[in-house]
Structures are given as C-alpha cells and as structure tokens.
Design a protein around this ligand. Structure first.
Ligand code: URA
Length: 250
C-alpha cells in the first residue's frame, strides 16, 4: 500500500504541491470514488486510479535480486547504518522496491526486492513454504543427530519451534541449511542450539532462484514468476539441490 499523492507523483501526474490542488478540485477517483486526500492509502497494483477520468497506469512490477555484501542492514531506512537500499540502482529506486524478508547485517547472499505487494506477501508468508538455502561455516562438525533434529522441527526457546528443515553436512565446519520460513536469526540460532555457532553465513538460493556467480554488491532483474516456480516442497528441495558428483555445488 502507498499514499495516493506519492503514487500520483511517481506516475508523473504532477508535483506533490500541484497534486494538492488537483485532489481538492475532486479530479481524482479511486475505484470510481472521488478522493480529495493525498493521504489515502492505495494498492498500486489493485486499485484503479483516474485523474480527470484517465486511468493512471500501474507501475511496472519488478523483481530484483541482489548479492548482499556483509555490513549492510536490511531496512529501507536506518540512522547511522548503511542500508541495502543504497545498493539498488537509481532507476529502480523510483519504483518503490521493498526488500523481501531480511538478511542480518553480517549475512551475505541472495536478497530479493519487489514492488509487487502480492508477490512480497507470498514470498514471506510461512504458509507458502518457499524454500531458502544457506551455506554456513560454523564451529564443530554436523552429523546424523543434528540432521535428525533439524528434520524434526527444532524448538528455539521463547516458545518458538521451527518447521522441519534440512541440514546437509559438507565436512568439518561447513553445512548447507534449507528452510521454508524466516524466523529472526534462524540459521544462526538453529546451529547454535546444536553447539555449532555460525562464523559465516550466505544465502545461496531463494525458491526457484540461485545466487550463482553474481558478484557481491551487484544485482539483476529477474522474471517475477521464476521465484515461485517450480513450487517448492520438501522432496523437491532435497532433489533440486542434491549435491553433484560428491562436490558441494558451491
Ligand atoms: N538466518 C540467519 O541466522 N540470518 C539470516 O540473515 C538469515 C537466516
């Protein structure tokens, strides 16, 4: 949702100041109803907005992936911190992109942005079970008991219990973790709960998208449907990312 005056000025209808007069004159309609306040919230993808009877085109819907470097917070604004928004190129900033979920300041890897409100909701809703894959370096060595604990749905304290997740040990101090939810510090907390504190964390896949060789700090636009297609379930997550030729696929 977005303020009506912001939506109209982004669409190039008029400046914020001129819009006040246009609104006051009753020239703007939202879904057929005259709206005189610029503060009114509109869904830029669902609501039909007209000025003088002419439909204001919906903004182009974008899905953009970034290789987030460490040191940036996932927030649209944060005093005294560098935010991931600084890494979004200027022409895309005007499209009002929002980060999809969050990565911790110290976590690197695949972070998505979109201005499609429904897609954003679908991607972060735990009910949609979109799988994410993380590469973790940690103390200790993960084994079968740790894999069983991840698969069972681990209690994390504070009344929180994780959905079943998949842990693939890669050797001493290195593992892959597949999750379909995004609880606060989840990978770090799950591995720490098994006595293996994380020293480095990178997200390498989100739904149908993989980070690949995108350099840190760089991004690229991706087709909206690629992330939710194919729909991921636990069996697919296991088979799609099966480790190739005994290597770790990284
Ligand atoms: N889990 C974490 O612990 N941190 C992240 O940034 C993402 C998942």
């Amino acid at each position: 949702m977005q303020r009506l005056d912001k939506r109209l000025s982004e669409a190039g209808v008029a400046s914020r100041r001129e819009l006040k007069a246009i609104l006051k004159a009753g020239r703007v309609q939202v879904n057929g109803e005259v709206v005189r306040s610029g503060e009114r919230k509109v869904d830029e993808t669902a609501d039909e907005i007209r000025v003088d009877g002419v439909v204001v085109a919906a903004p182009r819907q974008v899905l953009w992936m970034l290789h987030k470097p460490a040191g940036y917070v996932t927030a649209t604004e944060a005093p005294r911190e560098r935010t991931v928004m600084e890494l979004v190129p200027e022409p895309l900033r005007a499209l009002d992109l929002k980060p999809v979920g969050r990565l911790d300041k110290d976590t690197e890897g695949l972070l998505l942005f979109t201005n499609d409100g429904k897609l954003l909701h679908d991607l972060i809703s735990p009910r949609r079970h979109v799988w994410k894959r993380y590469y973790a370096e940690h103390e200790g060595r993960a084994g079968p008991e740790d894999q069983a604990a991840f698969a069972a749905g681990m209690p994390l304290g504070g009344g929180e219990t994780c959905l079943p997740a998949v842990l693939y040990p890669l050797g001493p101090g290195r593992s892959l973790v597949d999750l379909r939810e995004g609880m606060y510090h989840q990978v770090r907390r799950m591995l720490a709960a098994r006595g293996m504190p994380v020293t480095y964390l990178r997200r390498i896949a989100f739904g149908g998208l993989e980070l690949g060789d995108l350099p840190p700090g760089q991004g690229r636009e991706v087709a909206l449907e690629t992330v939710l297609s194919p729909p991921c379930d636990i069996a697919q997550a296991g088979s799609r990312w099966v480790l190739r030729d005994g290597g770790d696929g990284l």
